[in-house]
Design a protein around this ligand. Structure first.
Ligand code: HEC
Length: 284
């Protein structure tokens, strides 16, 4: 415990009673420097490749997987969803604009009108409802296919989450940050315990990725999800993954698109500002 605390303190990410709460900009700088010092051989953008940035053998396996990536079909399905008109004759372009490459980089963002964090998935379902269509499920299927297409179109652009100077936006950011560092579940572990303290180490045979770069490639196609799906569809959203990681420590997951997970996504994605979007990704 002492070791974890020392590490987090050295990363500047635990506010002590005597310390003023740090600004998002300060958090971001410390977060990034922490990983860069810990993994000096890893290029900034490569952190977006998760465990494959940290282990040569895993990387080789992954690179051969990427030659015929299993997410490709779902990018095509997503394109079809984007292009297919609604019953009223309009399409997703009426909500998101004509150019699909300009969508993904806008999310997540703070909406000053509704005073909450808006995600891409949230706006996809909002668009469907406003046009009299049935909303998609939140964690997999069509929402992940459309997300894969929009992510693919946005490849190469850089994450650019803006935390406006609005107390409510900062509150949402702080809630997300707190979520990341709070212990939970029967195992009493925080996201940060695994992804700040132990990246590069193995947990039950899996190599832990760094918190930096963890959102750049969502939605992902996971071999594990593929196995579990009757139709072989291994695509899933970021909030599906959050739920899985909460479950790993035997904590009750929150609902996908709950305020808690949206605020977590706000903080978590902001921490990867400046990294390249490389969605969709492939993971084990
Ligand atoms: C017990 C350790 C543990 C804890 C605690 C944990 N995770 Fe994970 N997480 C893993 C493992 C193992 C994986 C799969 C290997 C990897 O990519 O790190 C993973 C993967 C992920 C991924 C996918 C990374 C990628 O490259 O696709 C995300 C995102 C993630 N975790 C977020 C979180 C968040 C947010 C929390 C807190 C709610 C959390 N994790 C808590 C163990 C943990």
């Amino acid at each position: 415990m002492k070791k974890i605390l020392t590490l987090l303190l050295s990363a500047g990410l635990v506010a002590t009673a005597t310390q003023a709460v740090s600004s998002p900009e300060e958090d971001l700088e410390k977060f990034r420097i922490y990983y860069e010092q810990r993994f000096p051989g890893v290029q900034l953008d490569d952190f977006g490749n998760g465990p494959y940035a940290l282990d040569v053998n895993k990387r080789l396996q992954w690179e051969s997987m990427e030659e015929f990536p299993p997410y490709e079909d779902y990018v095509d399905k997503g394109r079809e969803i984007w292009e297919t008109p609604f019953k009223n004759g309009k399409s997703f372009a009426s909500c998101f604009g004509k150019d699909p490459s300009k969508v993904r980089v806008k999310y997540p963002h703070w909406d000053s009108k509704t005073q909450q964090v808006v995600t891409l998935e949230g706006d996809i379902n909002k668009c469907l409802k406003e046009n009299g269509e049935k909303p998609f499920g939140w964690k997999k299927g069509k929402i992940a296919h459309l997300g894969a297409f929009l992510g693919y179109e946005a490849r190469g652009q850089r994450i650019n989450v803006v935390i406006p100077d609005d107390p409510k936006a900062l509150e949402a950011y702080e809630e997300g940050k707190h979520f990341y560092y709070a212990k939970r579940g029967q195992l009493n572990l925080a996201c940060a315990d695994c992804h700040v303290q132990y990246p590069g180490h193995r947990v039950r045979g899996q190599l832990l990725s760094t918190g930096l770069g963890q959102t750049t490639h969502f939605p992902v196609f996971r071999a594990k999800w593929q196995k579990a799906a009757a139709n072989g569809d291994g695509m899933g959203t970021l909030h599906r993954r959050y739920g899985g990681c909460n479950g790993q420590v035997r904590a009750r997951p929150f609902k996908a698109q709950s305020r808690q997970y949206r605020n977590l996504e706000f903080f978590h994605t902001y921490m990867s500002n400046g990294l390249e979007i490389n969605a969709p990704g492939y993971r084990e």
